[in-house]
Write a new protein. Sequence first.
Length: 308
Amino acid sequence: MIPYLARRLGGVVLLLLGITFVVFGMMYLAPGDVTLMLVPNVPSHEQIGALRREFGLDQPLPVRYARFLGQLVHGDLGTSWIDRRPVLPQVLDALGYTVRLAASALALSLVLGLAAGTVSALRSRSVADDVVMTATLLGISTPVFVTGLLLIYCLSFRLGWFPTSGAGSWRHLVLPSLTLASFLVAYNARMMRSCLLEVLGQDYVRTARAKGLAERRVWGVHAGKNALIPMVTVLGLQVGLLLGGSVITETIFAYPGIGQLMISGITARDTPLVQGCVLVSAAGFILVNLLVDLSYVVLDPRIRLTGR
């Protein structure tokens, strides 16, 4: 276990280093000049030069990148070029909103998706199975922004149940959570159905039934636990997707999460802010995948993690 963790943590450091280099280079190559956005009216050459020296833009790219890495080692993500505030508190504040949104959407997708997939597998080739499969196909095929706009129209404009934007109370979480969960519920239901049907065809399940075990025990202990192993992998990827990829949903509902903050940074060419958002999102995604790998041992004792 320890050699495996050491190898993975070393890979995490190299991966994060590569991510910072890619983001730094992309922001450097992007068109436009942030100094022109900060000076009102028509800026003079002196004003532009002063801002470029303040931001370090007058230095070569390798020097700027090395300075950024030096700050990063000390836990400093730099200062925003637009509002002159430290980046780390802004990113962590936005991450808190995104985590709440992701957690609520993931909880909905787990409860509804796993329940629908189990019912579909239990009633395979029945009317219930056809209804679940049709509903999940519709959920997977509908773009997230379409689902969000439909929910806003039906549950907000027509019925007035929930607000359309902001993050003041639990009511602000309902529409974006449903929007994010709509695709995940459909995907999890189809995945759970497929995993259960595959597990039920295994020899150990037939042996358990031949021994006279109750059907509930066969499903709950032998089939269900083994069917969750591929589901854990999928859920780990979904957590990473929700943490870093909910940009469209946060934009539709003006939700102040990390995706919305990243869009603001890209629009304003605020390189430190964009780098901070990407780096924190990538670190969260990598951490979740590491926890997923470790959870395999809990679900299946036959799996052993080694350093090889």
